[in-house]
Design a binder for this molecule. Sequence first.
Ligand SMILES: Cc1ncc(COP(=O)(O)O)c(C=O)c1O
Length: 427
Amino acid sequence: MAGKPKASKQQIADLGEWRVPLPKVGRSSAAVFAEMFQRKSGDADWINGRVFSLVYPTGRSDIDGVLLESNLAYLFENALNPLRFPSLGMMQFEVVSMVSSLLNAPTGSGAGFSAGGTESILLSVLVSRERAKAEKGIERGNIVFPLSAHPAFAKAAFYTGLEARATPLAGDFTADAGALRDAVDENTVLIVGSAYGFPHGVIDPIEELSDFALSRAIPFHCDACIGGFVLPFMERLGYDVPAFDFRLPGVTQMSCDIHKYGYATKGASVVVYRESQWMNHQMFAYDRWPAGFYWTGSVAGARAASPVAAAWAVMNYLGEEGYVEIMRGLMATTARLRNGIAELPGLAILGSPAGPLLAFTSQRDDINAIGDVMDDRGWHLGRVNNPSGLHMMISPLHATNADEFLADLADAVADHGESRGGDAHYN
Ligand SMILES: Cc1ncc(COP(=O)(O)O)c(C=O)c1O
């Protein structure tokens, strides 16, 4: 069809002349699903562990069963109004409470459920802007974050009209605390660090940043979107994990995604605040509507209920012991991959990743050329830049094909052509 737009990452599309009419007559469900699955067959093969971000497969049919059943049980409900669906409201309370406990949030803390890390971060930034306005009279605020912080912080600044100040990294890819301090001024409404960050999986100097934020009485968001369901269980296994959560007095708010290493299906994240009263700033209430008083505590209006149910179900199904056991295996797979990569000629891990996420470069070859060979062999690695590298978020399922991956990587290191010029991309 002429002018058909190419698939893109955007949720918006310039359709031009291209139109798909609603079919006049519906098709059979068999025909609909035949077409859907035919299209799906061209997607990345995550189910066989070929993908290293976006999905977090455990490879366990019992866990997948819990997720399927809980999603189905709440497929049609609407989380906009938990008063109509008290079971949903209660599960939501319990989920945010369990996450708060995991992060050692003190008595008096508050937490909210959101659809993902980006929304949790957006809410946290909004709350910080509003607190700064109410408590300090700051009208044109800024937020300060290291370059490695997730783009959700820049996006939140864009949405809230704050200035985004991104600061350089230290040589080990952690936040350069000095640069961050220098960027802070009297209009800074929020300081950010990650435990750990997406690009290299390294933990920022959270304690140092916490102390600094406290000394300046500025809120400090520790982003544990990935680490929140990793670091606590590594700690239980005896790994040396630096303090990163509410045990540090300067940490005022945190984000933690259940839909990453909490293994819930997508749409489940939690934002936690040291003081519950701050959450009033993320509430939107409107009483002039003919349909009555309207209020929400997050961005969406109507909201999927199944992510709440799935998060509650998987957390209760696994429990602390279940997560710890998964983490034990996951760290063993991570060590296998890490060592295997480091043994290949020229390859080097970037920085000191804390958990099952790493990026590696080559000191000998063009790493993007190696990445191209891996792409051609059906592996979906992410890419990082400055320096160029390949990126992997390791999931429990990768225990099944780590050796195949390393063998293909060895081949790619030994035999690759010129790079096709691939830039860093997020996949
Ligand atoms: C450290 C970190 N923070 C925030 C996010 C944003 O989370 P989401 O994609 O669920 O919105 C991500 C996503 O990968 C992340 O890695």
